[in-house]
Design a protein around this ligand. Sequence first.
Ligand code: UDP
Length: 238
Amino acid sequence: MAELKFKRVLLKLSGESLMGEQGFGISAEVLDFFADEVKKVHDAGVQLGIVIGGGNIYRGLSAHSQGIDRATGDQMGMLATMINSLALQNAIEKRGIHTRLMSAIKMDEIAEPYIRRRAIRHLEKGRVVIFGAGTGHPYFSTDTAASLRAVEIGADVIVKGTRVDGVYDSDPEKNPEALKFDKISYLEILKQNLRVMDLTAVSLCQENNLPMMVFNMDKPDNLLKLVLGETVGTFINN
Ligand code: UDP
């Protein structure tokens, strides 16, 4: 078996990426693709935790325009992450991998409550752990939830799957001249106001010395390459 660069990894996937081409909801094709990519790193021996967003279903920020209070909208958003988490859990388990879904909001009939030490035990036993319902609190994002869980479980790295190849000096989907960084510090991210994650998430990683890799999740084998130490995206640290 090839040597792993990262043994315990927290993967952050956006809810929006689950929509695929269809522009809403959950694409079966994308779900299967993600589960295949997860299987590759699991089979390579990685202890994997996953946080998936809910933006394909509901975002707290859009609540206001519908006359819904922000905090209530955020709670709706957190429930949306549970729907995505259940779908992802199902797809991963179909590939013969044991998983546990742990929720930050108690819903005992559907998922285990999030208990840090228990999550670590699951990882040690080779189960893929999906962390649902964000942080359990409104006014946060799933990027922050991912950073928090990564720090809590002692992950070697947080890997953020995106549609682009890493962090650029401007939006590569709008500016063809945009330059990609192979490596950059958290301080530079903040100074240049690069929209990698929200400020709360970035400062959690920065303060706890947790490195991050931003990479293109849509390319087959990228996640595997990344854990084996190949440069497939932008590496961020202090
Ligand atoms: N959310 C929240 N607290 C959290 C995590 C998420 O209130 O700890 C809500 C928030 O409203 C957010 C929504 O859940 O808009 C969906 O998550 P997010 O927008 O981060 O998903 P993504 O952009 O990754 O799809």
